[in-house]
Write a protein that binds this ligand. Sequence first.
Ligand code: TEU
Ligand code: CA
Length: 557
Amino acid sequence: MTGRTWWKEAVIYQIYPRSFMDSNGDGIGDLQGIISRLDYLKYLGIDVIWLSPVYQSPNDDNGYDISDYRAIMEEFGTMENFDALLKGAHERDIRIVMDLVVNHTSDGHRWFVESRKSKDNPYRDYYIWREGKDAQTPPNNWGSCFGGSAWQYDGETGMYYLHLFSRKQPDLNWDNPKVREEIFDMMRWWCDKGIDGFRMDVISMISKTAEMPDGEGDGLYGDFGPYCVHGPNVHKYLREMNESVLSRYDIMTVGETSGVTTELAKQYAGENARELNMVFQFEHVESDGKYGKWTDEKISLVTLKKIMSRWQTELYGQAWNSLFWDNHDQPRAVSRFGDDRPAFREISAKMLATCLHMMQGTPYIYQGEELGMTNYPFGSPDEFRDIESINAYREWCTEGKLSHEVFWPCLVFKSRDNARTPMQWDDSENAGFTAGKPWIAVNPNYKEINARAETADPDSVFHYYKKLIALRKQNPVMVYGKYELLLPESDALFVYTRTLESTSLLVVCSFCDHETDFTVPDAFFGAPCLISNTNRSYEGKEIRLGAYEAFVLRKEV
Ligand code: TEU
Ligand code: CA
């Protein structure tokens, strides 16, 4: 698998279906809506769509709680609609990667409905059941990712089941070979339908240690991390999956592996690992927390560069990077890493795009990122829809650990709902997302920031992304070149080079809102500019960069 492949050269676009496009006025995005926007995606130039879950789900966690892996969520449409989407995408040479959520199911899944019925039900061991320490005390102190204990007492059999996420997301027992076979069978079913790959939700958590001791923690709950993340059999199970499903199809895979290190990434996605093609690492989006994940501060540029550069250099030639600034679980890139004040929004969005797309790896664009969509100006707790934000506000504020004044800005800055407000299509009511009442509020800035305006404006963020995507097709150095960081200590500039055979790129990005001086290295002096987020020329040796300016020089020797 070493060498050049389509998924290394692709640009991937993530769709969060609930918020992308509503076709029937019920306020909820749907498959027909996505179909109606395929031409937009084709025009942008992306190669692959990663579709967040569209399976049947009670929506406790917006589709990440699946009750039937072989059916489509009614609100999103039908299997016929899905087949039409797949066909429509393939006709445009766009591939579709499905979200695979198999660490847990919904508690409404048939397997769980059976499992909880009795201790000797054939499905009992599909999930993880334990006796409590006593009637009132769970088996251990682990906390769930969405707050509260990771164990739920079930009166039917007087035992607890494990749920690392919400209590409506019971964890599957991957140690049971029947569970693995069911999942692999389901995956083959989707592959036979013709889908092009899987993004695997929290795949690093599928294997738990048999002993389940209390975890460390200073608050109410202990950390399950050491016992459930990168657990004892995770690589064994993934190799099994690879052997019996993945290796049999021309598909791509990306594992969501929060907490992964470069060493572990080489195991999950090494060139010869026979597990996955690439993983999502989260160091650059998870190193900024003040209260758990919550913070109202930007990560320092020096730290950001150190993290990104370590991934660039340590995986080179050994495993493949996935590149992203945001997704449906993260705030908007321009608000978080750039500057969403009106004077700087467009230029900083273009700078961030330059910085990411010139790096080594496969870039992911989250819906609306290509428009420079921003965080939402949340004003009160009842505006949140996300279970994580709602629970976090309750646990940190209402139940008393922090004051509203301290916690609120952190919640507003990091809430997942920032990413989940509707896609801004045009300046008509509800941003053209729906003819009805949207399930979550539309960002009030949609009159200025929307796809119609940006596709019409050659200087827009949209056209800048389009250009970057096109450049990738013409410049293999963007995909395969070796990365080297320059000026590691600069707290204003992110500068690096890429080199492939006789071609080199110099990438210079300003991360600050004031001017900065930069001296072009001798080797690049006089080299032509490949792309920049200004209209000026870069012929001189001494360059005074404006706020958030970015440019790339391309040299042939
Ligand atoms: O997210 C997994 C994950 O690690 C989360 O804890 C993530 O870090 C969190 O959302 C950030 O605050 C995946 C999905 O991407 C997410 O949408 C789901 O809620 C979660 O799994 C459970 O399926
Ligand atoms: Ca709809």
